[in-house]
Design a protein around this ligand. Sequence first.
Ligand SMILES: [Zn+2]
Ligand SMILES: [Zn+2]
Length: 238
Amino acid sequence: MLNGLWDIIYPRVCLACKKSLKDTPAIDNLVCGECWGKIKRNLPPFCYCCGRHLEKSNFNKHLCPKCIKTRLHFDRAFSPCSYEGVIKELIHEFKYKGKDHLGRALSRPMIEFIKEYNLPIDYVDFIIPLPLHKTRLREREFNQAEVLSRHLAGEFNKDVLNSALLRHRFTRTQTELEEKERLANVQGSFSVKEARFIKGKNILLVDDVMTTAATSSEAAGALKNAGANIVFVLTLAN
Ligand SMILES: [Zn+2]
Ligand SMILES: [Zn+2]
């Protein structure tokens, strides 16, 4: 009875299409099966650096045109989804509307991707969520990257190292900036607090979206400066 009452007060709707979930199978009671099926997957071949799908003309170089031009600090990045449509909508709900319970569903494509492509998760010593600046964290109340990291860590029996990497400059939202401004915008915005935890380690850096790779590259650079061995980046979408 309580459940029925709850449904009247808070009718469950799909977070993407807003249709009622009353009579439809749904993922974690949050997203309808139809929307879930429409999530656009990032398909191989992948750029050996940023992990985006490579267009035919770049097959033989193994790198996308952007990665040929810019040197990024991480060893390789991976993303299971393309940042558009349903996933864009869900990430927005997740991040800006405080729906941290969406984290379980959203970590699923990442977990499946690791398994499907046999990513070397066994060699990863720590998962590090891309930190938010404390002002941003106060606004949002949770770090979406940390929520995803916890689900990944649970699945693969890894530790999340949350305090070693710091974000100490409050940068403007990357989406407000022109592409060329983005690299400059994040320069020097990360530092490592305790290098002894990082030295010689293989690290999986996790975030929700990689737009230009500037932010994750800068964070990876700070980890490498502190002696990290390998830094992989995994984002839900790119
Ligand atoms: Zn839907
Ligand atoms: Zn690339």
